[in-house]
Design a protein around this ligand. Structure first.
Ligand code: SF4
Ligand code: MG
Length: 281
């Protein structure tokens, strides 16, 4: 949740560093949606911090004219949560890919959900490890053949939306990189949500595993009559993997850990230690 103060344009969030992604990479669409959504939110760039892990998509902070932190593999979430606890006035966004968030960093997703600290996570999922040249990731489909899985992937495919819903994350949505306008609206809602917001983005890697045509043909908007307060219905939509749904699956606001810590700190400041000590003298 952030307070709007200024009139800003997407250009105000664009750094001088030219994105180094391959031509056609889905991450370009996510970047432009992020510029757009932050400008619409009217939060000055110096009040936003983009925290990333390691991977192609984790180069993101370099392309933003906000504060940023390109951390270590899988650790965007713990760093973003610590930052928000220390600086609740800032708009904190954790960014990364499927390898980063759902492989080495997946344990952090559970604790971010339980703590419900007011940050936004945007996960660019291309179902592959793009940076290291196309090995399988947790979201690669069962049977996927790569140089490192010549007989086909033997593991099952991870379902990010169903996992977030099962962890009772209070804001769960999915975007598609070739629909930046719709995605910008979801990012805006996610940042405005008070609590942990999880946005899964289908963002193809045309260089090592091109899912663009398949997703373009199958991605379906969440039905207009979907009630985003109905977690069971949201779970039903999440289980549809042949035609992945795009949009807001679930939203519920509840107490956040950063808010609770601020209230506790306020009480501690008001605490009269002399009166308390009188009991013992
Ligand atoms: Fe994007 Fe794939 Fe190129 Fe990485 S390797 S920049 S994910 S297209
Ligand atoms: Mg990936």
């Amino acid at each position: 949740m952030v307070e709007a103060t200024l009139v800003l344009t997407p250009k105000d969030f664009k750094s001088e560093v030219k994105p180094t992604w391959c031509p056609g990479c889905g991450d370009f669409g996510v970047l432009s949606a992020t510029y757009q959504s932050l400008a619409s939110l009217k939060v000055p760039p110096d009040q936003t911090v983009i925290v990333s892990g390691i991977g192609c998509s984790s180069r993101f902070p370099h392309f933003m004219k906000t504060f940023g932190f390109h951390t270590v593999h899988g650790r965007a979430l713990p760093l973003a949560q610590g930052l928000k606890m220390a600086r609740p006035d800032l708009n904190v966004v954790a960014i990364g890919g499927d390898g980063d968030f759902f492989s080495i960093g997946v344990g952090h997703l559970i604790h971010a959900a339980l703590r419900n600290i007011d940050i936004t996570a945007i996960v660019m999922d291309n179902e592959t490890y793009g940076l290291t040249k196309g090995q399988t990731s947790p979201t690669s489909p069962h049977g996927h053949v790569t140089k490192s899985t010549p007989y086909g992937l033997m593991a099952s495919q991870f379902n990010p939306i169903a996992t977030a819903l099962s962890l009772n994350v209070g804001f769960v949505a999915r975007g598609f990189s070739s629909k930046p306008k719709e995605m910008a609206a979801l990012i805006q809602q996610g940042v405005n949500h008070r609590g942990f917001a999880f946005i899964h983005v289908l963002s193809p890697c045309p260089t090592f595993y091109n899912t663009f045509d398949a997703w373009k043909a199958t991605v379906t908007p969440v039905p207009a009559d979907h009630d985003p307060t109905n977690r069971f219905k949201a779970m039903e939509l999440a289980m549809e993997t042949e035609h992945p749904y795009m949009g807001l699956f679930y939203k519920e606001e509840r107490p956040t850990m950063d808010q609770a810590a601020q209230e506790l700190a306020k009480k501690a400041k008001e605490f009269d230690i002399d009166r308390y000590m009188e009991r013992y003298v």
